[in-house]
Design a protein around this ligand. Sequence first.
Ligand code: FEO
Length: 170
Amino acid sequence: MLKQEVATLLNEQVNKEFFSAYLYLDFANFYESKGLAGFANWYKIQAQEERDHALLFYQYMHNNNLTVTLEAIDKPNVEMKELIDPLKAALEHEKYVTSLIHNLYAAVQKANDFRTTQFLDWFVKEQGEEETTASNLITKMELFGSDPKGLYMLDNELDARVYAAPSLIL
Ligand code: FEO
């Protein structure tokens, strides 16, 4: 049996991951409206990945006989004016998600919950990768985004991203 505190945090993470998906879909929504289909593609796939994360937490809870409660998902709240705004917001958001995963990790360690520790190991690594990717996108945008040709090529690069299912299998 997992401890109640861990169960509560896992359930909250289901909601947070669905919110991340909704947030990134809103970023895609912004870029669609600007005619940048590649950036939109990037964030639509990012949204799919976040939904996958939510479902991994959901399934892990069910596999451990925990009750999942689906709560309301907040409205995306990022004000987007400049093309770089979503990229910067994405990095801040991923840092926030990392802090949530780390809090959860600390709680399961305190509870001597080795099973959940192992489950969360994948997310700790994933967050490191997500932050690096988000940071690299900002760098590219700062370097090339103000030049129309550079922006066009960056949009094409992001358009090439294809969805891949998560490497973590439960
Ligand atoms: Fe589910 Fe981008 O962290």
